[in-house]
Design a protein around this ligand. Structure first.
Ligand SMILES: Nc1ncnc2c1ncn2[C@@H]1O[C@H](COP(=O)(O)OP(=O)(O)OP(=O)(O)O)[C@@H](O)[C@H]1O
Ligand SMILES: [Mg+2]
Length: 362
């Protein structure tokens, strides 16, 4: 009997961890302040007790970073999924893809040719199945971007700890969820484009934790760590962004990320955080001005908005302020700068070299 080799059309990818999971370690770049630590400890406590958690908060509030940080503490491989309107149950779980062909040519009796051919459909595990099978930590980022129908599969996983396969695999119709399996979800309740409401039954199975904008110290620490910029300069940028956020004069709230971006630009181009530096001002206007929708505002309103931003920039990063002085020293510095200007003016009238005073202003 002559047996032809099996010709797989698509390799069956069972729960091989490589390529599907991420090995996460606590990051040295992660900034821990009392506010962050409290949130992380609380989340970890719930996860260790076996509950799924849901970080809910506005864009750029640190949900995904916190999810990875907490997942790293659990010490299990991480499976990362991002919600998407096109997500289907089979994208999450897997399904039957391709065929495995088997052909048998039997010449046991030389005058008789027996010929058999069959095809078996290949089952391929996708990320949720891998996570459930191998006890990984699932981070399902922005899960409300997926339709409720796609996420329904999670109901049994989180409650009965059973993953019911929508299309039965060859040997199994459901998978018992590994005891170490944990799930962390994130969502942005302020997002209105491309999101769906989380179904009550799913929300009811998770512990909701609100991640709002961090306190000033945390934003300072994160922005300094992410940009490598001196803290005195970071303080001015963070205060500018926070003040703008408090003003409510925007269509899209300025996030921690906006501050990090400005700080990184200042660091990479070695700019002064001063309203006297047109490049710095332009970067602030580019990054903060874009928070106001172009289409919904008249030219006059846009000019008003720009003026308001300019006055905020001038307030937090005054032209006469020494660049390395923290923003909270501003009133004193202003007074000093005023004196310096006065001195410079009198020096100008007395001196034959009018340019000398500008160096001390910087
Ligand atoms: N504790 C932290 N330590 C260091 N960096 C942080 C920390 N928290 C947040 N960041 C940084 O802040 C920025 C925003 O964080 P992140 O992407 O986690 O926010 P998000 O809430 O998931 O935002 P989005 O809703 O837009 O996805 C990122 O650049 C991230 O690296
Ligand atoms: Mg995120």
């Amino acid at each position: 009997m002559e047996r032809q080799p099996i010709m797989p059309v698509a390799q069956r990818s069972s729960s091989h961890l490589a390529g599907t999971t991420i090995a996460v370690r606590p990051s040295t770049n992660f900034v821990t302040t009392p506010a962050v630590q409290e949130l992380a400890n609380r989340a970890l406590g719930y996860l260790q007790a076996g509950f799924p958690i849901h970080f809910r908060g506005p864009a750029g509030s640190g949900k995904t970073t916190l999810a990875f940080h907490v997942a790293a503490q659990l010490g299990r491989p991480v499976v990362f999924v991002t919600g998407d309107d096109q997500m289907t149950t089979s994208n999450l779980v897997g399904g039957q893809f391709g065929y495995q062909y088997r052909k048998v040519v039997d010449r046991f009796i030389h005058s008789v040719l027996k010929y058999e051919e069959d095809a078996i459909r290949n089952w391929s595990d996708h990320r949720l199945t891998t996570a459930c099978r191998d006890g990984c930590t699932l981070i399902y980022d922005e899960f409300t971007r997926s339709r409720a129908e796609a996420n329904n599969i999670l109901l049994g996983v989180l409650e009965e700890r059973l993953l019911v396969l929508p299309v039965p695999n060859q040997n199994e119709s459901y998978i018992k969820v590994h005891p170490e399996f944990r799930a962390i979800f994130t969502s942005n309740p302020q997002e209105y484009s491309g999101v769906h409401d989380a179904q009550d039954a799913l929300s009811d199975r998770m512990i909701m934790m609100d991640v709002d904008y961090f306190d000033r110290d945390t934003e300072l620490g994160i922005t300094a760590s992410r940009s490598g910029l001196a803290e005195s300069k970071v303080a001015k940028i963070v205060d500018l962004v926070r003040d703008y956020r408090a003003s409510g004069e925007y269509d899209q709230a300025p996030t921690l990320r906006a501050g990090i971006m400005i700080a990184r630009m200042v660091a990479s181009q070695n700019l002064r955080t001063s309203s006297a530096d047109p490049r710095f001002v332009q970067i602030c206007l580019d990054l903060l001005g874009a928070r106001s929708a172009f289409s919904s505002r008249s030219t006059e309103e846009r000019q008003q908005h720009r003026k308001m931003l300019m006055s905020l920039i001038d307030h937090h990063c005054p032209a006469l302020q020494a660049d390395d002085e923290p923003a909270d020293k501003q009133p004193r510095l202003r007074a000093e700068s005023g004196e310096a200007v006065q001195r410079r003016r009198s020096a100008r009238s007395d001196s034959a070299h009018p340019g000398n005073g500008s160096a001390e202003m910087r």
